[in-house]
Design a binder for this molecule. Structure first.
Ligand code: FMN
Length: 371
């Protein structure tokens, strides 16, 4: 069946907690490494970029560290200083002025870091002293992640507190809600999975213990925002950042069940056909978003490898409630309008994904500019 503007499910509204989204097209969180340095503060160029994309049903702004120890990439914006919160204000204002809604993705990279990016050239921290085997992006380019230091039990509450304070600053910065970054091999997922967490205190060992830190973070964030403005991103099939997990279905369905009990407004699931920012030739598991429906009653966002047709199909099959687009949103600021008109998308340029200036950032064309 051809989908016109009137029967395209991507273009139907959706009630997400207290927010009415005009459509089901979500802008996925996208690290673009274009904050002002030093200080990791958002700048006017970032406000322009998000303003251009404000017709999305929901924008999830790029991963944003809540801690000076949470950085893994140069020039990413943070949310642990007042100056950063002030820098985000024009971003949220620009999106709201254009009729949009914007969440902030709260981040701590854990072991996926490098001393160059950390205060006093500190050693990165993680649940256990196990290397990711992967790379950080520093001011001098790509550098291998060193072996992290295992966090002391007594240090963990302070990181939970950093998530709470980051949530408070995000509130002051005018966001509509926050997404907890529990995906892609970063700190929360490092605690969650048994390949990266071999602790023997209350934060490791049993599944219940491995989920303790992610759930403590979620409760702390919800204490600021109210659960109905908090989402959680997970990658049940994730291998990015050297992730390993011996029982993915059990681990992530239990996480989904526990998050469901906390009544957060959505679960954002990265599909098995992508890894980080790339497509896989073959999906590495069968853990698609629809598999988590039985465990989670609120909204499910599916991300990874979607185009217009797959978004429509997945909504019609009730695999998910909302569809997130990453790479297509980089190169198509008016993605919703393009889906409405069913016209070709502008291809993205990988060269300008990370860092640089307005080129490959705010200069992708809108439909009416191409005539
Ligand atoms: C340039 C780039 C930056 C990304 N940054 C983030 C990020 O900050 N947080 C996150 O959870 N995922 C990030 N991702 C993953 C995307 O959110 C998304 O899951 C992935 O691109 C697959 O979706 P797509 O096929 O629609 O691009 C990034 C991907 C790309 C291409």
């Amino acid at each position: 069946m051809a989908h016109t503007q009137n029967n395209n499910p991507l273009l139907t509204s959706f009630q997400l907690g207290p927010l009415t989204l005009p459509n089901r097209v979500v802008m996925a969180p996208l690290t673009r490494m274009r904050a002002s340095m030093p200080g990791n503060v958002p700048q006017p160029l970032n406000a322009e970029y998000y303003r251009q994309r404000a017709t999305a049903g929901l924008i999830i702004a790029e991963a944003t560290p809540v801690s000076p120890m949470g950085y893994g990439y140069y020039a990413t914006p943070g949310i642990h200083t007042k100056e950063q919160a002030k820098g985000w204000l024009p971003v949220t204002q620009a999106v709201h002025d254009t009729g949009g809604r914007i969440f902030l993705q709260l981040w701590h990279v854990g072991r996926q870091s490098h001393p160059d990016l950390l205060p006093g050239n500190a050693q990165p921290v993680a649940p256990s002293a196990l290397s990711s085997g992967s790379f950080a992006v520093t001011a001098e380019g790509v550098k291998e992640h060193p072996l992290p230091r295992a966090l002391e039990t007594a240090e963990i509450p302070a990181i939970v507190e950093e998530f709470r304070i980051g949530s408070q600053l995000a509130l002051e910065a005018g966001f509509d809600g926050v997404e907890i970054h529990g995906a892609n091999g970063y700190l929360l997922e490092q605690f969650t999975c048994d390949g990266s967490n071999i602790r023997n205190d209350q934060y490791g060992g049993s599944l219940e213990n491995r989920l303790r830190f992610p759930l403590e973070v979620t409760k702390a964030v919800a204490s600021v925002w109210g659960a109905d403005r908090v989402g959680y991103r997970m990658s049940p099939s994730g291998m990015f950042g050297g992730m390993e997990e011996s029982n993915r279905l059990r681990t992530f369905s239990t996480l989904a069940t526990e998050l469901n009990k906390l009544n957060i407004c959505y679960l954002h699931i990265v599909e098995p056909r992508v890894m980080g920012n790339e497509d896989l030739e073959e999906p590495n598991t069968d853990l698609t978003s629809g598999k988590f429906r039985p465990y989670f009653n609120q909204a499910i966002i599916s991300a990874g490898g979607h185009d217009r047709a797959s978004g429509i199909q997945w909504l019609e099959n009730n695999e998910c409630d909302l569809v997130a687009y990453g790479r297509h949103y980089i190169s198509n600021p008016d993605l919703v309008e393009r889906f409405a008109q069913n016209v070709a998308l502008t291809p993205y340029d990988r060269e300008t994904f990370y860092g640089g200036d307005h080129r490959g950032y705010t200069d992708y064309p809108f439909l009416n500019q191409e005539d």
